[in-house]
Design a protein around this ligand. Structure first.
Ligand code: DX5
Ligand code: ZN
Length: 229
């Protein structure tokens, strides 16, 4: 099963509740990009915005914390209505952060940047509910998909399968109808897409097309299907 997670980063920040409504019919999760101006060179939103959005949507809120000190905010995100939080392995203190998310009954996510090797997350695979492979350097929407990350996605998939883990494998950055089959072929099952969805005239239709492209790849090779597993 595939999940589509539209990223609010490419939505109109002046009308976030409407933006959520535009994708609700085709979105499984809502991906919320939190940037602190330090871990990444951009600033976005924090717990108060999540709390406001919670009043407008019952959707699963998948909060991607691109922050140097996520531990200071996990409880605030939980109280604001986050369902899952994902911290970056590059910030360190990973075991403690994962334990704190578990204590707060958040879905526990761990992200890695395009140039961070699989080995950085390998020790934590037993403690997470989600691994997020970045397919762009975090900070901005609308960047080009980095296909050099594809072998690492396959590596994470193989490691999760080898340990019988049901953890989700999510990808984020440059996902559209063209790249969805590539990442699904490598083993991703949660597809984050920002500009490809909110940049479209009818966002929900764009989300549906990305899902269709991914599902054809899941179904295997054949007309419209692509990648051998
Ligand atoms: C990038 C964010 C992404 C971003 C993806 O730092 O983590 O979630 O919104 O945007 P697109 O899909 O446009 O690459
Ligand atoms: Zn993200």
């Amino acid at each position: 099963m595939l999940r589509i997670a539209p990223s609010l980063l490419s939505a109109d920040f002046g009308g976030l509740a409407e933006a959520v409504g535009e994708v609700a019919a085709e979105a499984d999760w809502l991906h919320v990009d939190v940037m602190d101006g330090h871990f990444v060179p951009n600033l976005t939103i924090g717990p108060p915005v999540v709390q406001s959005l919670r009043r407008h949507s019952g959707m699963y809120f998948d909060c991607h914390l691109m922050m140097t000190n996520p531990g200071d905010y996990l409880e605030a995100f939980r109280r604001a209505g986050a369902d899952g939080c994902t911290v970056h392995v590059e910030v360190g203190d990973t075991a403690a952060l994962l334990a704190e998310m578990r204590r707060l009954e958040l879905r526990v996510g761990l992200a890695l940047n395009p140039d961070t090797p699989f080995e950085a997350v390998a020790p934590f695979l037993g403690d997470v509910d989600l691994v997020l492979c970045m397919t762009v350097f975090p900070g901005f929407g609308g960047q080009r998909f980095m296909d050099e990350v594809v072998p690492k996605i396959a590596e994470v998939r193989a490691a999760l399968d080898a340990r019988g883990s049901a953890a989700e494998l999510e990808v984020d950055g440059g996902i559209d109808e063209e790249t969805a089959p590539v990442v699904v072929g490598a083993g991703a099952r949660v597809l984050v897409a920002g500009s490809a969805i909110f940049g479209a005239e009818r966002p929900w239709e764009a989300a549906r097309r990305i899902r269709g492209a991914g599902e054809r790849a899941l179904a295997g090779p054949g007309p419209g299907g692509a990648h051998p597993a």
